[in-house]
Design a protein around this ligand. Structure first.
Ligand SMILES: Cc1cc2nc3c(=O)[nH]c(=O)nc-3n(C[C@H](O)[C@H](O)[C@H](O)COP(=O)(O)O)c2cc1C
Ligand SMILES: *[C@@H]1O[C@H](CO)[C@@H](O)[C@H](O)[C@H]1NC(C)=O
Ligand SMILES: *[C@@H]1O[C@H](CO)[C@@H](O)[C@H](O)[C@H]1NC(C)=O
Ligand SMILES: *[C@@H]1O[C@H](CO)[C@@H](O)[C@H](O)[C@H]1NC(C)=O
Length: 427
């Protein structure tokens, strides 16, 4: 398939070849026809999420010509304009198999698959539909802070391609609640009938709430809940940023419990949203926690009756086995994400599972996931579903489909469904 594409591409674009054809024996309309067919084939592949061209051509091109932040901006801009590939429906039989193997019941919704997008890619909620179209069942936008804020000075985003990793210290740059609300409302009005805020059956839209640099540690999140409860299927509070002064202290148990209680209380006060539901509240935590700290978070989560925990955010550690040798790059301040994060986030998930098994808290796995095999590991360790960011930035919009296919094959081989393997390592 790929070879076929490259041939068509070559025929459609190089000007020199076209000119020789035109000036020799082939009549003009034939060149135009061949060109048009070639261009249609290019467009076909560009718009197909499963085509390898994104992973092997477009993403490397973007990386070659942009720094990390501009690459991120360009990617999200294209997606916001709808210039992005879509995952096609497969045969009815295949779709039924996907649903039987990958479906997961969570928060009163039957999620189509356990594959989600983590916060930070679409901070403003401008590319939600394009992101769902690539195959994600769950899309988390944000973090969004109450007031707009610029974040840290640039440069603040660095690629470590040899490690399939990035380091970022964006520091919650955000256009603020009101701007993001406008984006969500604009989208809201386009659709009349729907069963949730994702506007699609079997999918969920989450909003990750942040805090302003000089904002109030409780009130900023409570305000976020009040403003977004009607426009989100899931609310996430971001309580573990080492870059935002003061946030780390929050992890002391009673302060965290009070914060989460205030958030849950505000969520309950909002009543049901237009879909007849109340959004569950998730807490997102860092992987750099000791076991007593994780236990303490589990206690706070249970006492405050939040609905689940996302584990994890980026790490401030620099694992010693990084392949990148540029010390000035490795030593950039910020959170590391991608492949090297996986052992840390997976271990944190296992510890958290140990301390939440006796509750019905939903655990969401995140950190270094890039394949069906990774997803399955997180599922077996206790994650009801997973989310990812860095691998999507490297591999492009074909990734959700690739993970779906790999996961389907693995589950078929084991003769189990996703729902059955959740927490299997520690039953
Ligand atoms: C550039 C960048 C920006 C991020 N911004 C946010 C954010 O605003 N809020 C948040 O909760 N997590 C943010 N994250 C963390 C991701 O959501 C995710 O937890 C982390 O990257 C680990 O997953 P991964 O290894 O699949 O990327 C960001 C990550 C990256 C790389
Ligand atoms: C919070 O937001 C910051 C800044 O965008 C981001 O880097 C970090 O990963 C987020 N953490 C959580 C827990 O949401
Ligand atoms: C935050 O930074 C990202 C990457 O440059 C950009 O896409 C986004 O628009 C920024 N948001 C704000 C409000 O600065
Ligand atoms: C996650 O941690 C990174 C650094 O490790 C930080 O930049 C970010 O703000 C944190 N966000 C959350 C939600 O914890």
């Amino acid at each position: 398939m790929r070879r076929f594409f490259i041939r068509s591409f070559a025929r459609a674009t190089p000007k020199k070849g076209a000119r020789t054809i035109k000036s020799s024996i082939v009549p003009f309309p034939v060149t135009v026809t061949v060109g048009a067919i070639g261009a249609s084939i290019v467009a076909y592949y560009m718009l197909d999420a499963k085509a390898g061209i994104h992973e092997y051509v477009f993403c490397p091109l973007i990386r070659a010509f942009t720094d990390a932040e501009n690459g991120h901006k360009l990617g999200i801009k294209l997606m916001s304009l709808g210039i992005s590939p879509k995952l096609r429906r497969e045969s009815e039989e295949r779709e039924r198999e996907f649903d039987a193997l990958l479906g997961v019941d969570v928060f009163g919704t039957h999620l189509k698959s356990p594959i989600g997008l983590a916060a930070g890619l679409d901070k403003e909620g401008i590319a939600i539909d394009s992101l769902f179209d690539t195959g994600f069942s769950y899309v988390e936008i944000g973090s969004v802070t109450p007031e707009p804020q610029p974040g840290n000075p640039q440069p603040r985003f660095f690629r470590l391609p040899r490690d399939d990793a990035v380091i970022n210290r964006y520091g919650f740059n955000s256009s603020g609640h009101l701007s993001v609300l406008l984006n969500l409302k604009a989208r809201f009005q386009e659709w009349m009938s729907h069963e949730n805020n994702a506007k699609r059956p079997g999918r969920l839209l989450a909003v990750n709430l942040g805090k302003n640099k000089n904002g109030d540690e409780v009130q900023d999140y409570v305000t976020g809940v009040r403003r977004f409860a009607h426009y989100a299927d899931v609310l996430v509070v971001n309580v573990s940023s080492p870059n935002t002064p003061g946030l780390r202290d929050l992890q002391s148990e009673s302060k965290l419990t009070d914060l989460l209680k205030a958030v849950v209380k505000e969520r309950n006060a909002q009543g049901k949203n237009s879909c007849g539901k109340q959004p569950p509240v998730l807490v997102k935590v860092a992987p750099d926690l000791t076991e007593p700290e994780i236990e303490s978070i589990a206690n706070s989560a249970k006492q405050s009756k939040v609905d689940g925990i996302i584990i994890s955010n980026t790490t401030i550690q620099r694992p010693s086995n990084l392949l990148t040798t540029d010390i000035s790059l490795i030593n950039q301040a910020g959170g590391l994400s991608g492949k090297p994060l996986k052992p840390l986030s997976l271990q944190a998930l296992r510890t958290l599972r140990k301390h939440t098994k006796d509750s019905n808290l939903v655990l969401v796995g995140c950190g270094g996931i890039s394949s069906g095999k990774d997803a399955l590991e997180f599922g077996k360790a206790g994650a009801s579903f997973i989310e990812l960011y860095t691998a999507f930035a490297y591999k492009g919009p074909g990734l959700p489909a690739k993970i779906r296919d790999e996961l389907t094959a693995l589950l078929r081989k084991e003769g189990k469904t996703w729902q059955q393997i959740i927490g299997e390592d520690d039953k």
